[in-house]
Design a protein around this ligand. Structure first.
Ligand code: GLC
Length: 797
C-alpha cells in the first residue's frame, strides 16, 4: 500500500492517504525555534532546546499527539472536523486530505462536505515563532456559516520532563490570560519585578486577519470531561467558554466565525511563540496583512532550493533522483543542524553534538554548502582535546580553550560520558579531506584553531594529534584500543581490547596525512606517515585478517570477535567495507570480501551489521545482546552502514552491486510497501529489522541518523563517482549496467559543470573518453585549472 508520492518539481512529498502507518513528519525552523510536524498536524515546538525549551506539549510513544490543531464546524448542522484528518478523523470516504511536506514547510489541505481548507505551517526564515496560515473556501453552491478553532496545548514549564511528571509543582506556576488578539501564557510570572526575572517565560497563541469570537486558555474546559482531542466539547458546542487556566493545564484556543458565500475564501493566521506581551502584539499586527506568508514561503523555498540545486542529477532511476536531489539532501541538512536533538523519538535531552555523529553529518552537505560545512568543521576541531582525543559530546554552548574533558569528573557528570571513544577524532580525516578536495581551500590546513581545553594549533597539527591519540592508546598486538566504544556503541572490547574498524580508520588517516603532507611539501611528515602506514598495514594483515574475512575486534582476553565458524556474529559488515574504503584491501581481496558480505549479510532490505545475531554466545562486552535478534546493532540492518557498503562496492567499480544495496535500503524505493516499512518513505531511519524478526523490513528511529550522510557520500562519491581531490575532479561513476546514460549539474569551486555520462555498452564503471568543453582530457580526471565559469563535460564509459 502506498500513501503518497514525490512531487519532484516542487520538491515535496505528497501524502494523499492520511492514515499513514506511523506519523510521517517534517522539520520546520531551526533549533533557535524548532518545530516537528506530522502529516496529521501532530508534533511539538521548542525554543533553543527540545528538552529545555519545550513550548507545545507532546506525549512520546502516543503516536503524534497532541499538535497544532485547527477545527472546523458547520454552524448550521453542528458537524465538525479538523483541517488535518486527525484528530477528529472523519470517515475517509467523506474526507479528502492532501499533505505536502516541503522544504521547511508543511501544507495540509482538506475537503469535507463542500468546504475546502488549507493550513500552511512554517517558521519564517531566521524567526523564533511559527505561523499557521489558514484558508477556508466554500466550494459548494449554498452560503455557509463555519466556525474555525485553533488549538495548542502549552507545556506548564519549559523543561519537558518537569512538565510531564512534576505535576504537583509545574501546574501551579503558570496561568493564561486573554489579551484581545491572543492568549498569553505566563510561567513563573510572580518572579516578574521580584526575585529573578530571567525565570519568567511568556508564550502567546494569536489570531491575525480575523476577529476572535470566543477564546479559552484551559485545556480541561476546551476538551471537556472524559473527552479527547478528537471530540472537544467546546468545538462540539460551537463556542469556547472563556475559561482561563489557573492551576490546571494551559492551552491556547481561539475561535473565529466565517460567513462564506459560494466560492468565497477567507484567510487568517494563527501565530505561536515565546515572547513578551509587547513583542507579541507587535508581531501580530504585522500579520494582519495576510499576504505576508506567501512572501515568507517564497523566501524559505529560495533558501532551501538554491542550496539543493548545487547538485542535480537525472538518472534513469527516479528513486535515486528524488533522494539525491531533494530528500536525502534535505535530511543531510536536518541532521547537520539538529544532530540527534529532537524528533518524535528523540526528546532533546542530549545537550550537545555527539562528536562522531556531527563530524560525519558534515560530510553529507559539503557538496551542497561548503561554507556551512567549514564553519562546523572548525567548531568540531575546536572540540578536540590538546592530546588529540575528541570530546565525545560537544555542548551546544561549547567554549573552546576552556572546556573540561573526560578526565574531569565534572565533564563525566555533565555529559554522562565516562571516557574517550576510540573513533571520534578519526572521523576528521575523511571529513576534512572531503571539504578540502571539494573546495580547494588548502589554506584551511594552516588555520590556527583552539583545542577544547587549552592551547591552539594549525588544523594540520590537530590532525597529527588525532593520530597521536590513537598511537598513544594502543591495546594488545599494537592495534588501537577499543576504549569506551568505537563507532559501534555496543562494543566494549575492554581497555586493552582492540578494534579492527578503528585500525582501518587509522590506516585511512595515515593515507590522508600523506596526501596533505605531499601537498604541503612536508617530506618529514610524509615519510613518517608512510612508515607508520606500512607498519600498521603489517599488523592488520597479521592480526585482523583470518581465513577469508576481516574480524571485528579482539577483546582484552585475546578473544577474536567475528571469525569464521563462530556460532554467532561470525561476519561483520564494517570491517569488510572499511577494508576497501581505507584502501587497505587490494582489488582482488576487496572483491572477495564484498562477495562474502553479499552472500552472508545481504537481505532484501539491505546488508546486516553482522550475522548471526547474538543470542547465547555473546562476549561480555557485546552490549548488542540486549536488543532483540535482528534489531539495531544486534544483527539488524543498521542503515548508516549501507552508505559504506555502497561506497565500497562503487570504489571497486561494481555499479550493479552498489545500486542493488542502494535500492534495497532506499526509503523512496519502499514507497509501495509503506505498511512494512512504517517510517517515512522520504527519510532514512536508523535501522531496519531483519531476518530474525517477525516484522522483517520494519524501520525505526526516523530522521535524525547518520544514515543520511553516509548514503549521500556513497551515492555522490561512490555511484555518481564525483571524486574531487586537491587539484581537480575525478569522474568515476559506478552505475548499474542498465543505465545507458545520465546527467549531472554540479557547482564546483564557484563554477558550473554540466556532465553527461554515456554508457551505451552497459558497463558498470570505467572511462573510454572524457571531454571538457569539447577537448579530450587524459584519463577520467578534470584539472580544476582548465575549468571555465560554465563547462560541458562528456564522459563515455
Ligand atoms: C547511533 C549513534 C552513533 C553510533 C551508532 C552505532 O547511530 O548515534 O553515534 O555510531 O548508533 O552504534
Amino acid at each position: 500500500m502506498k500513501y503518497g508520492y514525490f512531487d519532484s518539481e516542487r520538491r515535496e512529498y505528497v501524502i494523499d492517504k492520511p492514515d499513514t502507518p506511523a506519523p510521517w513528519a517534517n522539520y520546520l525552523g531551526s533549533p533557535a525555534y524548532g518545530a516537528i510536524i506530522s502529516n496529521n498536524a501532530g508534533g511539538y515546538s521548542f525554543v533553543k532546546s527540545g528538552a529545555a525549551g519545550r513550548l507545545i506539549r507532546y506525549r512520546f510513544n502516543e503516536q503524534d499527539r497532541p499538535g497544532r490543531y485547527i477545527y472546523l464546524r458547520d454552524d448550521e448542522s453542528g458537524d465538525y472536523w479538523s483541517a488535518s484528518w486527525q484528530p477528529v478523523g472523519k470517515p475517509l470516504n467523506q474526507y479528502k486530505s492532501i499533505c505536502r511536506h516541503g522544504t521547511g514547510y508543511t501544507q495540509l489541505e482538506a475537503d469535507y462536505k463542500d468546504i475546502h481548507s488549507q493550513a500552511l505551517y512554517y517558521v519564517p526564515q531566521d524567526a523564533d515563532y511559527e505561523v499557521w496560515k489558514v484558508k477556508v473556501t466554500n466550494s459548494g453552491s449554498k452560503a455557509r456559516k463555519i466556525s474555525c478553532f485553533g488549538f495548542v496545548e502549552f507545556t506548564c514549564e519549559s523543561f519537558y520532563e518537569q512538565d510531564q511528571v512534576n505535576l504537583q509543582y509545574t501546574q501551579f506556576i503558570t496561568r493564561t490570560y486573554f489579551k484581545e488578539k491572543f492568549i498569553l501564557q505566563t510561567i513563573n510570572e510572580n518572579c516578574l519585578n521580584a526575585v529573578n526575572e530571567s525565570r519568567v517565560d511568556t508564550r502567546f497563541f494569536a489570531l491575525a486577519g480575523a476577529k476572535i469570537a470566543t477564546y479559552c486558555g484551559d485545556r480541561a474546559a476546551f476538551l471537556g470531561k472524559y473527552r479527547d482531542y478528537g471530540n472537544p466539547v467546546s468545538v462540539e458546542n460551537g463556542k469556547l467558554d472563556g475559561t482561563l487556566n489557573y492551576n490546571l493545564n494551559p492551552c491556547g484556543a481561539l475561535h473565529t466565525t466565517l460567513d462564506l458565500a459560494p466560492n468565497e475564501t477567507k484567510e487568517f493566521i494563527f501565530l505561536l511563540g515565546q515572547k513578551r506581551e509587547a513583542q507579541a502584539k507587535e508581531l501580530i499586527s504585522r500579520y494582519e496583512d495576510t499576504s505576508l506568508p506567501e512572501k515568507e514561503i517564497e523566501k524559505l523555498k529560495t533558501y532551501w532550493h538554491s542550496r539543493l540545486a548545487n547538485l542535480k542529477v537525472n538518472t534513469p532511476d527516479d528513486n535515486f533522483n528524488n533522494m539525491i536531489n531533494t530528500w536525502n539532501a534535505y535530511q543531510c541538512f536536518i541532521t547537520f543542524v539538529w544532530s540527534r536533538a529532537a524528533s518524535l523519538t528523540y526528546c532533546g535531552q542530549r545537550n550537545g553534538y555527539g562528536y562522531r555523529d556531527t563530524v560525519q553529518d558534515i560530510q553529507g552537505i559539503i557538496h551542497l554548502d561548503p561554507d556551512m560545512a567549514l564553519e562546523k568543521i572548525k567548531f568540531m576541531v575546536s572540540a578536540q582535546v590538546n592530546h588529540g582525543g575528541a570530546l565525545p559530546l560537544v555542548k551546544y554552548n561549547h567554549n573552546p580553550g576552556h572546556e573540561d574533558k573526560p578526565e574531569d569528573e565534572s565533564y563525566r557528570k555533565n555529559t554522562g560520558h565516562p571516557s574517550y571513544r576510540a573513533d571520534d577524532a578519526l572521523w576528521l580525516f575523511p571529513t576534512v579531506w572531503k571539504y578540502v578536495a571539494e573546495t580547494g581551500n588548502t589554506a584551511l590546513l594552516d588555520e590556527v584553531i583552539p583545542y577544547a581545553d587549552k592551547g591552539k594549533d594549525t588544523l594540520f597539527n590537530h590532525l597529527k594529534k588525532a593520530i597521536d591519540f590513537s598511537l598513544n592508546n594502543l591495546g594488545i598486538h599494537g592495534l588501537p584500543a577499543g576504549l569506551h566504544a568505537d563507532w559501534n556503541d555496543c562494543l566494549r572490547l575492554g581497555a586493552k581490547g582492540v578494534s579492527v574498524f578503528v585500525a582501518l580508520q587509522l590506516y585511512y588517516a595515515f593515507e590522508i596525512m600523506i596526501r596533505f603532507a605531499k601537498f604541503k611539501k612536508d617530506s618529514a611528515t610524509e615519510k613518517e606517515m608512510t612508515k607508520q602506514k606500512d607498519r600498521f598495514g603489517k599488523i592488520i594483515e597479521e592480526r585482523c585478517w583470518k581465513d577469508d574475512r576481516f574480524v571485528r575486534g579482539i577483546t582484552e582476553d585475546d578473544v577474536t570477535v567475528g571469525k569464521k565458524g563462530d556460532p554467532e556474529a561470525n561476519i561483520w559488515l564494517n570491517p569488510q567495507s572499511w577494508a576497501v574504503i581505507s584502501g587497505y584491501a587490494d582489488e582482488a581481496r576487496g572483491k572477495a570480501i564484498l562477495d562474502l558480505v553479499h552472500k552472508e549479510l545481504n537481505t532484501k532490505y539491505g546488508a546486516r551489521i553482522m550475522s548471526p545475531s547474538y543470542r547465547k554466545h555473546a562476549f561480555d562486552g557485546a552490549l548488542a545482546l540486549l536488543f532483540n535478534p535482528s534489531t539495531k546493532e544486534n544483527g539488524g540492518i543498521f542503515l548508516q552502514t549501507q552508505g559504506w557498503i555502497i561506497l565500497a562496492e562503487a570504489l571497486l567499480g561494481r555499479g550493479n552491486r552498489a545500486v542493488e544495496y542502494y535500492l534495497e535500503s532506499c526509503p523512496s524505493a519502499q514507497n509501495e510497501i509503506a505498511d512494512t516499512r512504517l517510517m517515512e518513505p522520504y527519510a532514512y531511519s536508523q535501522f531496519t529489522e531483519s531476518v530474525d524478526s517477525p516484522f522483517e523490513g520494519r524501520s525505526h528511529v526516523h530522521w535524525l541518523t547518520g544514515t543520511a550522510s553516509t548514503v549521500m557520500v556513497g551515492s555522490v562519491e561512490g555511484i555518481l563517482g564525483l571524486r574531487p581531490d586537491i587539484e581537480g575532479l575525478r569522474l568515476s561513476p559506478a552505475i548499474p549496467s542498465s543505465w545507458k546514460s545520465f546527467t549531472m549539474e554540479k557547482s564546483f569551486r564557484g563554477k558550473k559543470l554540466n556532465i553527461k555520462v554515456n554508457n551505451p555498452d552497459g558497463h558498470e564503471s570505467g572511462c573510454k573518453k572524457l571531454t571538457v568543453n569539447g577537448m579530450a582530457v587524459e584519463g577520467n580526471y578534470i584539472p580544476a585549472s582548465i575549468l571555465k565559469p560554465e563547462n560541458e563535460i562528456v564522459l563515455d564509459m
